[in-house]
Design a protein around this ligand. Structure first.
Ligand SMILES: [Zn+2]
Length: 323
């Protein structure tokens, strides 16, 4: 079976984006003011990035009042409520019949930063269904990169109470460029390898969407079973020339920001950062100077702290015992 891109959907998404600027929901400065820095790392042969995100200066993790019917900050009922009059939604039904909607985040990290949200307010649950839905979205919008935070606090999570993906147009995250390291399994349909990266990353590459989803689900189940209620994954999905690439970044809730770096980064470390593109909040001139002067070591230390094990050791991946 072949899956065709849905030009109507991607046109509608672009329309939503243009309209957001026309109506003042987004301003160019939200994106232009974000300072993005490149850090080349010879060992991994990758350009990591970090940005000081001024857009997120207004970010509130726990909004004070919810409009009628809404149970969280990303529920559908938020659109049109006081303070969110300009928030526009795009409804979408995926191939499995699940209902979702797209909206633009008011705190964009990059241009065309959408959130794909389940219509029903239900908890984040990183599992086969979620993997399959991310891949189904990619079929409709193959030029997008689909990212997912996790379902456990302090393990790469954002809003836990409501299932969602973060979706970016053509975003190329550092983790997507790192080379393969250990082959865990390979056949004609699928290649499952680890990546040469600072965190444990399992890469699944294949043309068969169902197979990719089922193998990913097995790995996620194994990892979660090893450390119940502590282990989970962040996901990065992309599609090119009919081939899916799904990256599972292993996360563990006990591996979090070290105390002495909390002054640079106190919020949880999400999928985009685990993927190699760090986001720091605006800070005093002194603190920013210190951050810029030591960015390489700070990012290295933060990544090591959230990494559940050393990914350079093949045996460590045995916890995913199917392989
Ligand atoms: Zn909700």
């Amino acid at each position: 079976m072949s899956w065709k891109a849905d030009l109507q959907l991607t046109d509608q998404m672009e329309g939503l984006y243009q309209q957001a600027f026309a109506q003042g929901y987004l301003r160019p400065s939200l994106l232009e003011d974000n300072e993005v820095h490149l850090l080349y790392d010879h060992h991994y042969d990758l350009h990591f990035t970090y940005q000081i995100s001024y857009a997120r200066a207004g970010y509130q993790s726990s909004p004070s009042a919810l409009p009628a019917g809404a149970q969280c900050a990303i529920c559908r009922e938020q659109a049109g409520s006081p303070g969110k009059e300009q928030l526009q939604l795009l409804d979408l039904t995926l191939e499995d019949g699940s209902e979702h909607f797209l909206q633009l985040t008011p705190f964009p990290l990059y241009p065309r930063h959408y959130v794909l949200i389940s219509r029903e307010h239900r908890r984040m649950q990183v599992d086969r269904t979620m993997v399959a839905q991310g891949l189904q979205f990619l079929d409709r919008a193959p030029e997008y990169t689909v990212c997912s935070n996790s379902d456990l606090p302090w393990a790469g999570a954002s809003i836990l109470s409501h299932s969602h993906f973060q979706v970016f147009c053509k975003l190329n995250l550092p983790v997507m460029n790192c080379r393969r390291l250990f082959t865990l399994y390979e056949d004609a349909q699928i290649s499952i390898t680890t990546r040469h990266y600072r965190m444990p990353v399992i890469s699944l590459i294949g043309n068969d969407r169902t197979r990719v989803a089922s193998e990913a689900a097995r790995i996620i189940r194994s990892w979660k079973a090893r450390y119940p209620q502590r282990a989970t994954v962040n996901m990065v999905m992309s599609k090119s020339s009919g081939t899916y690439t799904l990256l599972l970044i292993l996360r563990h809730a006990d591996h979090r920001n070290p105390e002495h770096l909390m002054r640079f980064k106190s919020e949880g470390i999400g999928v985009i950062e685990a993927a190699g593109s760090w986001v720091f909040p605006p800070a005093s001139r002194e603190l920013l100077q210190e951050l810029h002067a030591n960015s390489r070591s700070i990012i290295k230390e933060l990544t090591a702290a959230i990494s559940p094990f050393d990914p350079a050791v093949r045996e460590h991946f045995d916890v995913l015992h199917h392989y």
